[in-house]
Design a protein around this ligand. Structure first.
Ligand code: AHR
Length: 517
């Protein structure tokens, strides 16, 4: 079609017949693929800036309405998001966190310096019991990140015993004394974080030895055994996934159920000057998209080494930190990593989800960094005020994909979005059959200048039309503020099929999620 268009224009003709759309999408609903784990939609709450304190935790005595210290407005918004999983307490913070400092009466807990994030005083008001109050209120699974960097195998083993034992051991009794009779359900437990960097500057070989040592002592009751996660690599480094899966076999008594991976989208690809969250030029829109799409190849490369060492795919690949990372916005301490969140972030989220779905056979978890007030957040707060970001809206639009069965999808004739020497496919898509039995399709148009036409061919079902939502806005950096909280929000989107065929127009810079009717 693209080849014909200039010819028609040159001949002075107009397209008066029903034209074929540029992008052709084929979905085969008769060939179900792997399940999209609900934990692809995981969230991260680190002791970092206003990510926990003020952002979600205000304490039981606060004037801000709260339940057990957790603010009602933020928890309510997160419940609407059906948050499946929360990772805590870090991040880099995890490798300096000593769990015993976060239990018992809050006014007796020690104050520490948060050396990673702004050097502020950490008063340990949020500890193990408070964290589980939050995940239980949200109905989410708990992902606890253990301290390998400055802890010991004994400290880590005892934390797990404290949380999971239903016995009469001194640690289980201490938990009871602190107000919790029944054990906490620990679904996931990680041994360290970013061992290649803030977690200890280790090599994969050195970390693998430590992993084995620590994992040997993590003993939990049979009905409360967490999925064990090893700290893996980042960006284009596959050596961690390779070394770990080659040396720690999943079916040994010594378990390793998953290897983690971190990759952040930096507009300029440079940690010194990352790029602004707002008022950026189109060149930075483009470079943000280019850098986001690299996620696909990073996963492909890691899957290749894992498939060699673990062909049965027993070990998961968990992208447990992803998202945009800009130069800090506002007056906060730069160490607080607070940034605004715009339509560009929404597109980044949609592109990443479509990539994670494609790799659902190995990627069973992904966690955006972070939940509130930090990096690519769902929610921003300013004391008692709260605002939902464009990223929040995309997470909500994608809810039907949690636990859905992926469907094979083929994209053809996708037009390129080009700017200078950079060029990317404008359209990205994913499809799945959700738990409600309906087929859902998500489409992202990364081109900020041009709407894209898309024909969708669905094998195996009759199509009458689609309905769902679209998220878009006029400006590339459209965003919500406390004064104007609804500048960008989803709008209804629907289309009727003609002769059983679907032809959609996806606006410029938009995310569309529809159910097939
Ligand atoms: O998410 C912020 C930080 O980024 C995390 O603490 C760390 O793991 C990563 O480097």
């Amino acid at each position: 079609m693209r080849a014909i268009k200039p010819l028609i224009a040159a001949l002075g003709l107009s397209l008066s017949f029903t034209a074929l759309a540029d992008t052709q999408v084929s979905v085969d609903t008769t060939k179900p693929g792997p399940v999209i784990n609900k934990n692809i939609y995981g969230q991260f709450a680190e002791h970092l800036g206003r990510g926990i304190y003020e952002g979600i935790w205000v304490g039981p005595k606060s004037k801000i309405p709260n339940t057990k210290g957790w603010r009602n407005d933020v928890v309510g918004a997160l419940k609407d998001l059906q948050v499946p999983l929360v990772r805590w307490p870090g991040g880099c913070f995890a490798d300096e966190y000593h769990w015993r400092e976060g239990i018992g009466p809050r006014d007796k807990r020690p104050a520490r310096v948060n050396t990673n994030w702004g050097g502020v005083i950490e008063d340990n008001a949020v500890g193990t019991h408070e964290f589980f109050d939050l995940v239980e209120m949200l109905g989410a699974e708990a992902y606890v990140n253990g301290n390998l960097g400055t802890g010991t195998p004994q400290e880590m083993a005892e934390w797990l015993e404290y949380m999971t034992s239903d016995s009469k051991s001194t640690l289980a009794e201490l938990r009871r004394k602190n107000g919790r009779d029944k054990p906490f359900r620990v679904h996931y437990f990680a041994i360290g974080n970013e061992a290649w960097g803030c977690g200890g500057n280790m090599t994969p070989e050195f970390y693998t030895h430590l992993y084995k040592q620590y994992a040997s002592f993590l003993k939990t009751p049979k009905d409360n055994t967490p999925i064990l996660i090893a700290s893996g690599g980042h960006t284009d480094d596959t050596s961690w996934a390779d070394h770990l899966t080659a040396n720690v076999k999943p079916n040994w008594a010594l378990r390793m159920d998953a290897v983690s991976f971190h990759y952040y989208t930096l507009p300029k690809g440079d940690w010194t000057v990352k790029g602004a969250a707002l008022k950026f030029p189109e060149a930075e829109w483009m470079s943000t998209m280019v850098n986001t799409l690299k996620m696909d190849q990073f996963i492909v490369n890691n899957k290749k080494v894992m498939d060699k060492n673990d062909p049965e795919k027993k070990v998961g690949f968990y992208v447990d930190e992803w998202g945009t990372w800009y130069d800090v916005t506002g007056d906060d301490d730069p160490g607080f990593l607070y940034q605004q969140n715009s339509l560009r972030d929404a597109i980044v989220a949609g592109l990443n989800f479509n990539i994670f779905h494609k790799h659902a056979d190995r990627v069973h978890m992904s966690i955006i960094a972070q939940m509130v007030n930090v990096l690519q957040a769902m929610i921003l707060t300013d004391k008692e005020k709260m605002v939902l970001t464009p990223t929040y809206h995309v997470f909500k639009m994608y809810i039907p994909f949690q636990g859905a069965t992926s469907l094979p999808l083929e994209l053809k004739n996708v037009p390129q979005y080009t700017l200078g020497s950079a060029s990317i496919p404008a359209v990205s898509a994913t499809a799945a059959r959700a738990k409600d039995g309906k087929v859902y399709i998500a489409l992202v148009n990364a081109n900020p200048n041009k709407a894209e036409t898309v024909d969708i061919n669905l094998a195996g079902i009759t199509v009458n039309g689609v309905s769902g939502q679209v998220l878009t806005a006029a400006a590339m950096d459209a965003h919500n503020t406390f004064a104007a909280p609804e500048t960008i929000k989803p709008a209804a989107y629907s289309a009727k099929a003609k002769n059983g065929k679907l032809a959609l127009e996806i606006p410029a810079k938009a995310v569309v999620v529809v159910a097939v009717e």
